[in-house]
Design a protein around this ligand. Structure first.
Ligand code: KG4
Ligand code: ZN
Length: 357
């Protein structure tokens, strides 16, 4: 089955053509073509994504990207219908609806967070080809349930348990800011560019390589609470107060970034440990933009190897952690190939769409 997928939930416009097949152990996906345009530079002056600007850009970018797919054939169209920025989501939905009607093929409304989970669980291999673009193959096979997913992005921070395929329970979440948002805001306090996550990570890596330490100690809010919930607004405010009126040198900035990254990693490791204990999960996966953070990946990997050696750890390829349409195609295909029928009659953008309803 071939799916054309469209992603416009935030500041990336993505279209991908992916073929999925059933295999004895699960599913195999072959990405035939993928196109992605990031608006990050445009939103940079605002220090975050500006919804109406995102909408305008998606409206412009979708037809331009679609040129590359206009002669392709496929069996269904998958589109992100939430969660995300509603004006941005609507552009993808309208585009997909029109195309599905023209071609008289099914429309598959897809949850963006399920896209992060499925694409992070799948193992990716790239086949070098002399004649065409490199072929991207990924395999969603031999997944041991239950799966615990740590979803970390600009809009979300949650620990999600999948006991049965496509049935989710939120076991913990942020009570205020998303972790990516905290990275972006603290980056702005340090006069770094948006998106701030990769910038903080770059500075922190420099500090660690030179063993530079700061005497500023940031809090780890809720780290010892008896739940898997998290909070980042206090950490952000503490960072603001710690930096107020100070003119840090480059080295001091780097050391501060490392302390911030340490605080985030400590919180994530502690909450993941509790969720793994409580749930008895057999697989642990991380997904979302912040899953690209190398330090966090190392710390979570160490946690699983040292304390939960029987748990299967799935760390996503860096190429798939940020928003894209391949992840939407893979989630839609996994569902469709499992025989799940979607109802697209009243498809609409749902900004706060949850995995758990
Ligand atoms: O999943 P995503 O691409 O978009 C949303 O659905 O939100 O996540 C974007 C977020 C941004 O906040 C960005 O700063 C963060 O992911 N991010 C990182 C890194 N790369 C991206 N945060 C920390 N470390 C990174 N290396
Ligand atoms: Zn995302």
């Amino acid at each position: 089955m071939k799916v054309l997928a469209i992603e416009t939930s935030c500041d990336e416009t993505g279209i991908a053509l992916v073929e999925g097949t059933k295999t004895p152990g699960g599913f195999e996906f072959v990405t035939k073509k993928a196109a992605l345009l990031s608006q990050a530079l445009l939103h940079s002056p605002y220090g975050g994504v500006y919804p109406n600007l995102a909408k305008r850009e998606h409206l412009k970018n979708l037809p331009a990207l679609f040129e590359q797919f206009k002669d392709d054939s496929y069996d269904a169209i998958a589109v992100t219908h939430g969660p995300g920025l509603e004006p941005a989501l609507w552009t993808g939905i309208e585009f997909a609806k029109k195309l599905a009607a023209e071609k008289n093929i099914p429309l598959l409304p897809t949850n963006h967070m399920e896209g992060h989970i499925v694409s992070s669980l799948a193992r990716r291999e790239s086949i070098k080809s002399q004649v065409s673009n490199d072929k991207q193959i990924s395999k969603l096979e031999s997944i041991k349930l239950p799966v615990l997913a740590l979803l970390v992005s600009g809009g979300h921070t949650e620990l999600v348990l999948m006991k049965e395929w496509f049935t989710y329970e939120i076991v913990g979440k942020t009570l205020d800011d998303a972790v990516g948002e905290a990275f972006d805001k603290v980056a702005r306090m340090l006069q770094l560019a948006y998106p701030g996550g990769p910038e903080i990570s770059r500075l922190a890596t420099q500090a660690r390589s030179k063993s530079q330490k700061t005497n500023i100690k940031l809090p780890r809010p809720m780290i010892n609470s008896n739940t898997c919930d998290m909070s980042f607004s206090g950490l952000k405010t503490a960072a603001l107060y710690a930096l107020r009126g100070k003119n840090l040198t480059e080295d001091e900035k780097n050391a501060f970034a490392a302390e911030f990254e340490d605080a985030v990693a400590d919180i994530m490791v502690s909450k993941t440990r509790k969720a793994l204990w409580d749930s008895g999960a057999q697989t642990f996966v991380i997904g979302g933009g912040v899953a690209a953070n190398r330090y966090l990946r190392e710390k979570l990997e160490a946690l699983v190897l040292d304390e939960f050696p029987d748990v299967d750890l799935r760390l996503p390829e860096l190429s798939i952690t940020g928003d894209n349409a391949i992840m939407i195609a893979e989630a839609a295909l996994a569902r469709a190939l499992s025989g799940i029928k979607e109802n697209s009659a009243d498809i609409r953008a749902v900004g706060n769409l949850s995995l758990a309803d």
